[in-house]
Design a binder for this molecule. Sequence first.
Ligand SMILES: C[S@@+](CC[C@H](N)C(=O)[O-])C[C@H]1O[C@@H](n2cnc3c(N)ncnc32)[C@H](O)[C@@H]1O
Length: 402
Amino acid sequence: MPTLTSPSANVAASELARVADLFGTGEAINVQARPLVEELEPISHVLARGRYQSPLRYPGAKSSLAPVIARVITSAKQSREVPEINLLVEPFAGGASASLRMVGEGIVDRILLADADPLVTAFWQAAADDTERLVDQMYDEWNRYVRDGGEAAVERWDYWQAWKPRSNITARNRRLAAAIKCLFLNRTTFSGILHGKAGPLGGRAQTSDYPIGCRWNPDAIAERLRYVGHLYDVGRLVDVWRKDWRQTLDDVPEHYPQLLPSRVVAYLDPPYVEKSSVLYRTSFDPRGGYGGDGLGASRPSDDTLHLSLADYLRTKAQFRWLLSYDSYPMLTQSAWLYAHNRMTPSALDREVLGVRSWRISKRLVTTRYSAAGRVGKRSADELLITTLPPATVPLDEQLRLP
Ligand SMILES: C[S@@+](CC[C@H](N)C(=O)[O-])C[C@H]1O[C@@H](n2cnc3c(N)ncnc32)[C@H](O)[C@@H]1O
């Protein structure tokens, strides 16, 4: 059994910060914590209740689980303990499909997105804070390279794969370029995979019926980017943080103490226990998932990170959380993970941090998803684990006991 803390985690964090600086991604869009807009206007955008709102096609995206998460959160809001949710924090945001849906439907008032991958956070920060320039660049890439496909488009794909930021341009321009790299590769690469190990859609010879531009609908992407910009402008998207999950969970109570204990909830969707290293640039797996950041073996091992997440959530989380995982037996069976039904903070953390001892509920949900490299949809079981009030967590055919 690996230990619960790893000295190499700090090395990884400082390395991540170095790579992030290169990409012009700050730890947040705003140097100071962005104050919450008090008087929120209703969201006046056609996409607010749209089926697809994320501009990214993210591997492992939670679009099919999002309605179930919405149900669990809505049910929790019927209780005295959680009458309203002023902020939903997503520390493993990726394509952020669940958060975008929750805020669009008015289930939560605001969202805060965070991810450790500097390319992904450069994208969300630019979409929020530099929207029109990102929209222009997106159209430019489409008109000049992607629309006509063929060799020129594959050459452009190679260009973005190899692209490294120059240090002699402003941080804002570096962030914009990193954002367009993220969007370009996400839209033109097999399954939206960003870490450089998957090839361009349609193959290098572009002889397939699904060429490189088949997932790039410029008007739909522009509308989704503008939706993100709108959410940011009106204070519904509070900020985008480039942080490790632990930093995000530590910083929310620092920046928004007025929301503790029950007006802020975290939705956590960590990399899968299996296969994450082939899907994400930043996975919990040192053997390859970090492709882009070059950290390789300096990373703590996958199991260590899953264990430290469980340990943190059981003993240190200062606000309620909802966690989704691939249903992997270790997650419910291991005494080190989520076998306990109660959070177990130390007396000191209770006193100093105000950590509560909420009860933990678990449910299994069957979802349908599109698997990389396969035609059609497959079913998979997902595990939901939460400290939302147990009496409110539905228990029926859709949300079963594990
Ligand atoms: C399963 S994906 C999230 C998918 C997302 N829920 C969606 O619907 O698109 C996991 C995400 O965690 C991020 N990640 C990996 N390790 C992390 C860490 N230590 N801290 C924060 N984010 C991390 C990855 O970059 C990836 O975007």
